[in-house]
Design a protein. Sequence first.
Lengths: 503, 115
Amino acid sequence: MNLELALPILIPLTAGAVSIALWRSVRYQRIVSVLATALLLAASVWLLRSTIDQGFLVMEMGSWPAPFSIVFVSDLLSAIMIVLTGIIGFAIAIYSLASTPKGHEKFGYYPLMHLLLAGVAGSFLTGDIFNLFVWFEVMLLASFALLTLGGERAQMEGAIKYVTLNLFSSAIFLSAVGLLYGTVGTLNMADIAQKVATIEDPGMVTVISMMFMVSFGIKAAAFPLFFWLPASYHTPQVAVSALFAGLLTKVGVYALYRVFTLIFIQNVDYTHTILLWAAALTMLTGVLGAAAQFEFRRILSFHIVSQIGYMLLGLALFTPLAIIGGVFYIIHHILVKTNLFLISGITYRLLGSYDLKDLGGIYKERPLLALLFLIPALSLAGIPPLSGFFAKFVVIRAGLEAQAYVVTGIALLVGLLTLYSMIKIWAEVFWKKAPEHVTDVRRLRGEVKDKHNWAYFVPVIGLAACTVSIGLNGQPIYELADMAAHQLLNPQLYIEAVLGAQQ
Amino acid sequence: MESLMAYVVGILFAAAIYMMLRRSIVKLVIGLILLSNAANLLIFVVSGMTRGAPPLLPKGADAPLGAVADPLPQALILTAIVIAFGVLAFAVVLIRRAYEVVGTDDLDQMKDTDT
């Protein structure tokens, strides 16, 4: 019995239930939310430490032996993702104290947030393909409700697209699980991996793998399946945007990493070449989409798409260095992207708009805030010595070593265009003078103070500190990614850890 | 029987996609309902249909005597139906609310967030 394996799911689930019980008292819900996410962060660090010590942690539900029971498995990739979930959950919980409108808090914002975290953590830890579907749905249902909380027109329009495409992706996922079960007769991922290798009809397996790729591709917002993301991510209140931006698409990326390193590796030439070009086009269309935008959160949303491309590129190249780069990129991206969304929320608070035309003059009044923006922005573009530089460097070096010159060239170009977008935001929001039609600048000048002002800045500073420390001291993270990549590229280890546990 | 059901699954998927591609949001949700049913039926068909052989052990036996139906797909379908029910209930409320706020049920009019 590995308690640390169950805690990252149990804590948010319990917190969600407790918050619902405390429905009438927003104050207690806030306390529960901060405490629970802090506990989640502590539990996730514990999980990572044990996973580093033992390699794999396996827990069989109901003590049935492995292929028959639902298993929870933690390898290093899962553990890293859980730690990131803990960090982002904690940051968002603090930020929400200040940013969440009263009406949202009264209508179940905190319980939904906890359920979302539970769904995300469950998806990262499960070792059963159907159970993964169930956790996806837990996460999706919570995200649907969070996205529509408030009920404004843009939210409704965005939500229809988001809900439709995600349900469509779930239906494909479910069909693929059914077909896979019909082919190999098991749902345990390790067992599937073992049996897929002995299938006589590899064509059928490739067809199923394509269904998984489309389904997870929709969830990860890969080209050409990403259109739901920029249509919806800028519509809810900013803490929800930041939570989604940090975690949700990365669950899709994680699922792709899991199935395309463990299960579908018998036809790598075919599947991973498709992934490679999908990755290249994802990077390119995302960044070009961002260049055309003039709204803070929409620019950032398109950049999520383009960054997903780098992570897929790591998976698609399928060399040890590329997987290391991909894992490193995921770590860097989650911290940085959430941070940028949180900063967009602060500027919204100061000047009351997300439109770049209505923003300006922040550098003059708030130089420290401008600096806090520059750290994640330059990191996103890959400027040394911040975390993004090393993430990009590893991925691009892997691309050169694999002689995928065209794709690597695209990756470099996209880095440049990312810098262009970030400079655009910098020039419009921070550097230029405040536009004349903006009259309400009392908050900007600090003449009006909010009650929980500190809660805006603590998570932003914390995440920026993470980015800088990864940049200045990237070696431990690189070694962690190295170990994770070693496990991913040797699926035999995973299979033995899960199925060998029964003897 | 299985080939007949395979055609039914195909027709359901086709009907679902057709409904989802139409402009009305009500038809969109009908398409989603058909889609989840098609996926459930697909699981049922591909995992093998065994007729009249419940997976029950006779008293005192360790293993079933003959071929029995696989109970797992039915458990999967049951789970998937429950999930789809919850999600579609949400979708129905969503389109009602969207109709109230936007004032139309035409998807072509709902493009404020696209540009």
